[in-house]
Design a protein around this ligand. Structure first.
Ligand code: UDP
Ligand code: MG
Length: 320
């Protein structure tokens, strides 16, 4: 039985040695309890790091035959890094972990047991607390999960991490989802399969800094909504119907007032505000459509998800 660990890395030179030591400890433990039947593959994806991440990975690979690295030609984002991992993983079971130890490798033995015995296809993890995170970020995150679950049919759990262990079948399904705009939390939910949730306390990253600024996260959340829901598109129609109704009432009101009191010219200020309001709403709705069109534009161009510049893998399965 082979276990693949996919580790996306972007500027993680400080955290990687800790991660590697801990992962090796856990893998040795698994090897000991499972015997010769068990083997592993540590698949690091260097997402165009600007620091010494690649040389750290090369060092690991030089002394450990179980280490494979894929190095991108530039930063393509964590989603592309995970996709590259899924496309090139060989394991019967595949797990994705962050390099910063926020996804504790120590949970792996338990997760492996759960998929092997529990009749599940995957074990996903969920943070039960957001300790150590700025409160404003947690608030936005909570609102995001509430909104997206209401308006999309992909079931997305609040606090869900990308940290998961999956069976081969599920990995194949993910690779099949070749869309360019990827939102893994939605993809995992959309493909289905029996998933068991494992809650754990939030852990702070061991070294280095988070790669996600507030705005990066915010636009990731917006693209998550655009990718998994068509509801924003109908917002335009609803606004249209609402405004027509309001305008109709206003016309009736003005006609009646004209006949009762005369003076049709007064109220130009309110006219101007209404014109600007409607203009604003129209632009807003066009903006929503623009979002979908821009996603379609990227999708139809069928550009590769990532470009591998360097690797020690001898059998690249797919170069997407
Ligand atoms: N990451 C990546 N490409 C990016 C940004 C992040 O591969 O463009 C990796 C990063 O190296 C880490 C994981 O994605 O292993 C999660 O990133 P981070 O810890 O910065 O995010 P947070 O845990 O703060 O949400
Ligand atoms: Mg992290």
């Amino acid at each position: 039985m082979k276990l693949t660990l996919i580790v996306p890395c972007y500027n993680e030179q400080e955290a990687l040695p800790y991660f590697y030591a801990e992962a090796k400890r856990v893998l040795a433990q698994l090897q000991e309890s499972r015997g010769a039947d068990f083997c592993y593959e540590l698949l690091f994806v260097n997402d165009g790091s600007e620091d010494g991440t690649l040389s750290v990975l090369k060092e690991f690979a030089a002394r450990d035959a179980g280490v494979t690295y894929l190095s991108f030609s530039r930063n393509f984002g964590k989603e592309a890094a995970m996709y590259a991992g899924f496309c090139n993983a060989h394991g019967d079971y595949v797990a994705v972990l962050d390099a910063d130890m926020q996804d504790p490798p120590a949970l792996l033995p338990q997760m492996l047991e759960m998929v092997e015995s529990g009749g599940y296809d995957s074990v996903a993890t969920r943070r039960v607390s957001r300790k150590g995170e700025p409160p404003i970020r947690s608030w936005f995150a909570r609102q995001f999960y509430r909104l997206i679950n209401r308006i999309s049919d992909a079931d997305i759990v609040d606090g869900a991490r990308d940290f998961r262990l999956m069976r081969r079948e599920m990995v194949e399904a993910i690779v099949e989802m070749g869309e360019y705009n990827r939102f893994s939390k939605g993809i995992f939910g959309w493909i289905g399969f029996r998933t068991c949730w494992l809650p754990y306390e939030n852990v702070n990253r061991i070294a280095g800094e988070t790669k996600w600024s507030f705005w990066k996260l915010f636009s990731y959340a917006v693209s998550g909504i655009i990718n998994f829901s068509q509801v924003p598109l109908s917002v335009a129609s609803w606004f249209g119907i609402l405004m027509t109704f309001v305008a109709f009432c206003a016309v009736v009101f003005i006609v009646v007032r004209r006949f009762l009191f005369g003076d049709p010219v007064a109220g130009w200020a309110s006219t101007v505000s209404i014109v600007t309001l409607i203009g604003g709403i129209q632009l807003f709705c066009m903006g929503i459509m623009g979002q979908y069109i821009s996603k379609m534009y990227l999708e139809v161009k069928r550009r590769p998800h990532y470009i591998i510049a360097e690797t020690n893998a001898t059998d690249l399965e797919r170069v997407h």
